[in-house]
Design a protein around this ligand. Structure first.
Ligand SMILES: Cc1cc2nc3c(=O)[nH]c(=O)nc-3n(C[C@H](O)[C@H](O)[C@H](O)COP(=O)(O)O)c2cc1C
Length: 530
């Protein structure tokens, strides 16, 4: 979530509390930030009336980002002073209130010091870049490496980049005499744990202090920001989620984890270390506000029910289909399944039960989804029909338009006297059209299709939305030069009955986050839980 959005979240919540407005109506367009809405009161959105004021506030804020003045917003559209967030854990609310009270007098991050605790995860290497970027911003870094971390990055690299000595051993006489674990924990303005392993998170939650990192964390009286990074199954594990909840209730801030591919081949889902720009934004936010901010990307609430999609069933299709020619050959396309997997992980993280109907892909399905692995378009349609009913269906799969009319039972042979085979193609069933045209009761309330095109993308999408009877279409240009097919980023246009929105070039995980937040808000406004 953007810094601006985070600040607005606190203010909007205060505004809603102050005015007694019920946050039931659709406010996504107004605040133009799905995360903000998704996080607002667990997925409820703001009234249109409120949204107008928010829009005016954002315009004024954008014009004067450092310190918005009362005069910048017409009185009728001014948001009143925010109230403390009604948080379940006491400390986050108090800290947020303190940050909000700081208001216009946000401190600069430059000149501050952080203690960076590096855990023993594969993402530890990203800390080297993080340290460089922090120092570019005149933020001093003193690093503590766990024993395991030293298997992933060397103390020498960390020392060279941080320009300070590196600390790792609780019982090192020299280190303890020179700085000491208590000083380490108190001299920093902020303690950052990145990557935070499942083990470190568990130690923090349990109050352990059997090594330097955990000692520093237990002894500190400073804000702590945790950036988890681990395998999706480790992240989803009840023990990790329990520990994260405990820490969140203690006032610890989180950034990430993000959705995406893991270092382990073929693994993907929620568990990646937040990207360095997101880490920087969260750190700078904490340093400026003097208090932990809400998480960038996945907040601690994410990844476990209840979320805004709790009680909802979401069907997602992903990947290519393979249409057999003979027992060893097939017609395929270049879809990687990344966008669909990111959407499924996101819906899961917001509390939905997710059925992922996936064509053949190198990616492992996000942990926690009900996976139905299919090969052909017909199998995909059957699986989707079988998984109905659902609250929304998102068709991100690149389904083959045609299949071979007659599949050969034997491998088609090549030979000097044999002509090259001629393949007769027949049209595959249209999954999007079939589901969008299903009878009431069977048709999901929200049907979202993807339109991958290589020319006149938006025009095609506008026609496709009508022709298929879909509610929304996400259109993207999959020409080879865009690198979208198989890549990690996507540039989409959201086509709805209200018009076309051009989204910027974004990581696929971010596209998923925006789309699912938007869809969750739509469901909250337009449908009841069944
Ligand atoms: C190759 C490899 C990669 C690992 N990656 C992670 C990871 O990304 N996240 C995690 O929580 N644990 C990971 N582990 C396990 C931790 O290294 C292990 O739990 C260790 O005890 C953590 O120690 P620490 O929390 O003191 O740093 C990995 C282990 C290995 C061998």
């Amino acid at each position: 979530m953007h810094t601006l959005a985070r600040a607005l979240l606190a203010e909007i919540e205060g505004y809603l509390a102050a005015t007694g407005l019920t946050p039931t109506k659709f406010g996504v367009a107004a605040v133009n930030d799905g995360h903000l809405v998704a996080n607002l009161r667990r997925g409820n959105s703001v009234t249109l009336k409120t949204a107008d004021r928010v829009r005016a506030y954002m315009r004024a804020r954008a014009a004067a980002p450092a310190a918005i003045t009362a005069a910048a917003v017409p009185a009728a559209q001014r948001l009143p002073a925010p109230l403390p967030r009604r948080a379940s854990g006491g400390r986050p609310a108090r800290r947020q209130q303190a940050a909000v009270e700081a208001g216009g007098r946000r401190e600069p991050a430059a000149g501050k010091r952080i203690a960076l605790i590096i855990g023993g995860g594969i993402a530890a290497y990203k800390c080297l870049d993080l340290i460089r970027r922090l120092r570019e911003r005149q933020i001093a870094v003193r690093a503590v490496l766990t024993r395991a971390a030293q298997a992933f990055v060397t103390p020498l690299s960390v020392a060279a980049l941080s320009g300070d000595r590196v600390f790792s051993d609780l019982f090192d006489l020299d280190q303890e005499r020179e700085i000491g674990h208590i000083r380490l924990s108190r001299e920093a303005d902020l303690i950052v744990v990145a990557p935070a392993t499942a083990d470190l998170i568990a130690k923090m939650a349990g109050g352990h202090a059997d090594d330097l990192a955990s000692c520093v964390l237990l002894a500190t009286d400073k804000p702590v920001l945790v950036a988890p990074a681990m395998n999706p199954r480790m992240w989803q594990h009840a023990a990790t989620q329990r520990n994260v909840s405990l820490l969140a209730a203690d006032g610890i801030a989180f950034v990430g984890p993000a959705v995406g591919e893991m270092a382990e081949a073929g693994e993907a889902g929620l568990g990646r270390l937040a990207e360095v720009p997101d880490l920087l934004a969260a750190i700078e936010d904490c340093l400026r506000q003097g208090a932990p901010a809400a998480a960038t990307g996945a907040s601690p609430e994410r990844g476990r029910a209840p979320g805004p999609l709790a009680g909802r069933h979401v069907i997602v299709t992903s990947g290519p289909t393979h249409e057999p020619i003979d027992p060893v050959r097939y017609i395929a396309n270049r879809s990687s399944g990344k966008q669909g997997a990111a959407i499924a992980a996101e819906a899961l993280a917001l509390g939905a039960r997710v059925t992922l109907v996936a064509g053949p892909s190198q990616l492992a399905a996000p942990a926690g989804v009900d996976l139905v692995a299919v090969e052909t378009a017909q199998q995909m349609l059957d699986a989707v029909l079988n998984a109905l009913p659902c609250d929304m269906a998102i068709f991100a799969a690149a389904v083959a338009d045609w299949r071979v009319a007659t599949t050969s039972a034997q491998k088609i042979k090549k030979g000097a006297n044999l002509a090259a085979p001629r393949l007769e193609l027949v049209e595959n069933p249209d999954i999007l059209k079939t589901i969008a045209g299903a009878p009431p009761g069977r048709r999901p309330p929200l049907v979202i299709g993807f339109a991958a095109e290589t020319s006149t993308v938006v025009e095609h999408a506008l026609k496709k939305r009508k022709a298929k009877g879909a509610d929304w279409i996400l259109a993207n240009d999959v020409s080879p030069t865009t690198g979208i097919m198989g890549g990690d980023r996507n540039t989409v246009h959201l086509v709805t009955a209200a018009g076309v929105e051009d989204w910027p070039d974004l990581p696929k995980a971010e596209v998923a986050r925006r789309l699912v937040a938007r869809a969750a808000a739509w469901l909250a406004e337009n449908t009841a839980l069944t």
